[in-house]
Design a protein around this ligand. Structure first.
Ligand code: CMP
Length: 139
């Protein structure tokens, strides 16, 4: 089934000029980038986006990191996009990520892990709506 998922290329990756390399891996995996924007996240945007992690010990560090430099927010479209992108990203902790995945190739640590992808179709819809108007997505 054709789906959309939400992706973020995180500050550790944009600061190392890895946007193009990561986009090449996304496209090679059969996912189409149907919307994309480079932004500097506000503290409020990062806090809202990671609200589910508010009680975690790493929450403050996570918000600080995500606002420390530009990110690229994206909508990806393709067959089973949510699960497919999670496969392409690899495990959250790069030490556990499989060969050929974005995090294995590029991530620095569990925090500086280069990319975010939605964990469910329901969350994908919520996350996309936080950053994009429907009219900005051209499938
Ligand atoms: P992400 O998919 O963006 O969603 C939550 C993020 O929290 C996750 O990727 C990691 O980057 C981050 N995270 C998870 N565990 C830790 C941790 N132990 N320390 C710092 N950041 C973490």
């Amino acid at each position: 089934m054709t789906e959309r998922t939400f992706s973020i290329i995180k500050p550790d990756a944009t600061q190392r000029n890895l946007t193009g390399a990561i986009n090449a891996m996304i496209e090679a995996a059969g996912l189409r980038i149907v919307a994309q924007r480079r932004i500097l996240m506000t503290k409020e945007q990062a806090e809202d986006f990671y609200d589910v992690h508010r009680e975690r010990p790493f929450y403050g560090e996570l918000v600080e990191f995500m606002t420390s430099a530009p990110v690229v927010v994206q909508v990806l479209e393709g067959p089973n996009a949510v699960v497919r992108y999670r496969e392409v990203m690899g495990a959250t902790n790069p030490a556990d990520a499989a060969e050929g995945t974005i995090r294995k190739a590029h991530a620095l640590s569990v925090g500086e892990n280069s990319v975010h992808g939605s964990d469910s179709l329901e969350n994908a819809k919520i996350e996309i709506a936080q950053f994009f108007d429907e009219g900005d997505i051209v499938g």
